[in-house]
Design a protein around this ligand. Structure first.
Ligand code: PGA
Length: 248
């Protein structure tokens, strides 16, 4: 049985004071359940959130990391630095990083390998752009992203992986994929993992949908068989919205 997993992606929002206020308000409303919850925050808020959520079951994630342990990489943060402060998860290959910061399938692969080495649980983002869907290439695009991301990744590591299917055209646009479209692609992702590894492994991988998830559409998405959770951007910034989503 796969555990439902709702992860917030704060992107470049909130300062330390706002992060503290969020966690206080969120914890007043939060009742631990079968649903795994994580907040992926900017680097400067991570320690504060790790402290605030200690012992509550709510996990903390980063939004990016470098693939080397250390070195002359000005402005970068490594997996061991994240581990040192108690971070559990890291988003890898978000489309905004692919689009604005030169993230490629190759760097995504290197980052996945490094995350597993340090026991940081990766949330691997894949998804097609609008023109790719419009030209009927969405399955090919996602398959290529997966094959390249998984190079040299062991079966044991795969069991700890979360994949987030985030169609680029649905991110921050208010335009959600229909539950059927999201379910179809999440099922396709599972079939690619079956092909590359095995059905047993594919059954264990958590597959989220992301892209304009909000309190009003979460339950129909979570009702779909292949969708195990959601990666939530804008609607994760307000504790009341996120709680509604977690309690889908
Ligand atoms: P959104 O972002 O929910 O604001 O569309 C999702 C994401 O980018 O992970």
């Amino acid at each position: 049985m796969r555990k439902p997993f709702i992860a917030g992606n704060w992107k470049m929002f909130k300062n330390i004071k706002e992060a503290k206020e969020f966690s206080e308000e969120f914890l007043k409303l939060y009742v631990p359940s079968d649903v795994q919850v994580a907040i992926c925050a900017p680097y400067t808020q991570l320690s504060v959130l790790v402290d605030s959520f200690k012992g509550t079951g709510v996990k903390v994630g980063a939004q990016n990391m470098h693939y080397e342990d250390n070195g002359a990489y000005t402005g970068e943060i490594s997996a061991n630095m994240l581990k040192e402060i108690g971070v559990d998860y890291c988003i890898i290959g978000h489309s905004e990083r692919r689009q604005y910061f030169g993230e490629t399938d190759e760097t995504v692969n290197k980052k996945l390998i490094k995350a597993f080495e340090y026991n940081i649980l990766p949330i691997l983002c894949v998804g097609e752009k609008l023109e790719e869907r419009d030209s009927g290439r969405e399955y090919d695009v996602v398959k290529t992203q997966l094959i390249k991301a998984f190079e040299s990744i062991s079966e044991a590591a795969m069991e700890k992986l979360t994949v987030a299917y985030e169609p680029v055209w649905a991110i921050g646009t208010g335009r959600t994929a229909t539950p059927e479209q999201a379910n179809e692609m999440c099922g396709y992702i599972r079939s690619v993992i079956t092909e590359l590894y095995s059905e047993e492994i594919a059954d264990k991988v958590i597959i989220q949908y992301g892209g304009s998830v909000k309190p009003s559409n979460i339950s129909e998405l979570m009702n779909m068989y292949e969708i195990d959770g959601a990666l939530v951007g804008g609607a994760s910034l307000k504790p009341t919205d996120l709680i509604e989503i977690v309690n889908f």
